[in-house]
Design a binder for this molecule. Structure first.
Ligand code: PSV
Ligand code: MN
Ligand code: MN
Length: 388
């Protein structure tokens, strides 16, 4: 059995992955939303489900909220509820993609009244952050156009800058603005923040507390995502990840399901760039579980991140550097692939048990009866928000 060194175990012990509250609600595609018995009916129940993931893995101590999906009367109360369940509230995500006023844009809109409304929504999110103790305001914009000629591309970048500046200036000490990019959808011709370069340009113009979010599902097929990871770390601007996996578009599938090797390569660049367990680089999931059970889906995801982190930590970096320096292409590739092909699952199971955790969190959760209990108690679940 492969053994993991104390140094590697120390890194793994510090690993923390934030869960999205919306992963616990029902979600689906534009064709159908399948509901699951026991789906949370409010943010309190979503947090209770997220706390289960942490209880079985010790990997997920925080939960991200999406506003208005997770709007509550008292965020202090929600915070206490989370703490009582052993987790904390994390990133606050804004939402300017479900309001009729935003048909032609929000922060980029031609009409100052609509831009003001979208900025005010972000001010509300910052107020929430003060109550929840959150550090990060994460902004993903569904803005763009469908037809060439429909929009003034440059004017929209200028207005985006002005709007982001106003939001950034409102942040409290220690709070950050995190700008997420996505190459298409819902707009099909142009998107106002389509790529890491645009996100970088926009956040660089704001200041040190504005950084980029890299959602692994938001690139054109074939994109070398680990290169982007390297570059953003090199520039000191990689603020967070939204981890998920995809086969075709923004599929939001379980992390590591579609392409475990890509996840390995990404995590290797994170480690190489000093981004692992670095407070400035938040690891988050952004997933939807359309047909599978949601809590086990999240457990599987955090375990996949942990497993691939362990494998990436196994890379013999000295041997790799020597092979790279010597121009030994095949040896360099062998060193990387040896680590990727190492089965760390038995070692991780043993290590979990040594820390009082279940060796197999998936099986332990299934045996707990939690899902049957919530199915009985909770009637009438809410959607994650896409259809709400
Ligand atoms: C957009 O596709 C996105 O990745 C953003 O992070 C949103 O906040 C999230 O999905 C909503 O599910
Ligand atoms: Mn995302
Ligand atoms: Mn997405």
């Amino acid at each position: 059995m492969t053994t993991l060194s104390p140094d590697i175990l120390a890194e793994l012990e510090r690993q923390a992955i934030e869960l999205p509250s919306w992963a616990f609600g029902n979600s689906g595609t534009r064709f159908k939303v399948f509901s699951t018995p026991g789906t949370p009916r409010d943010p309190y129940e979503k947090i209770a489900d997220a706390a289960q993931v942490h209880a079985y893995t010790a990997l997920a101590p925080t939960v991200a909220l999406h506003i208005p999906w997770d709007r509550v009367d008292s965020y202090d109360d929600l915070r206490r509820h989370a703490e009582g369940l052993g987790v904390a509230l994390g990133t606050i995500n804004s939402n300017t993609f479900q309001d009729d006023d935003y048909r032609f844009g929000a922060l980029t809109h031609e009409d100052p009244r609509i831009r003001r409304k979208a900025i005010d929504h972000h001010f509300e999110c910052i107020d929430v952050m003060h109550a929840t103790g959150s550090r990060d305001l994460k902004i993903w914009l569904a803005e763009g156009s469908n037809y060439p000629g429909q929009a003034d591309l440059r004017g929209r970048q200028d207005r985006l800058h002005e709007s982001l500046r106003t939001i950034y200036d409102r942040l409290g000490d220690g709070q950050r603005l995190v700008l997420e990019y996505k190459f298409f959808e819902p707009a099909f011709y142009h998107t106002d923040v389509p790529d890491w370069g645009t996100s970088y340009v926009q956040v660089a113009a704001l200041g040190d507390r504005a950084v980029v979010c890299l959602d692994t599902g938001h690139h054109a097929p074939g994109t070398n995502i680990e290169f982007i990871v390297m570059q953003l770390l090199r520039l000191g601007k990689l603020g967070s990840f939204d981890f998920n996996s995809r086969f075709y578009a923004d599929d939001d599938l379980i992390v590591g399901a579609a392409d475990p090797f890509q996840l390995f390569r990404i995590l290797f660049e994170v480690i190489r760039g000093g981004g692992l367990n670095h407070p400035d680089v938040a690891f988050m999931l952004d997933q939807c579980h359309n047909v599978e059970d949601k809590i086990p889906g999240q457990i599987r995801s955090v375990l996949n991140v942990q497993e691939m982190t362990a494998r990436a930590l196994l890379v013999d970096r000295a041997a790799l550097a020597a092979a790279q320096r010597g121009g030994d292409v095949l040896e360099a590739n062998r060193v990387l692939m040896d680590a990727f092909h190492t089965d760390v699952r038995p070692a991780l199971a043993e290590w979990r048990e040594s820390r009082g955790l279940p060796a197999d969190p998936m099986r332990a959760f299934a045996a707990s009866g939690y899902l049957a209990g919530t199915a009985e108690e909770r009637v009438g679940g809410t959607q994650a928000g896409w259809g709400a």
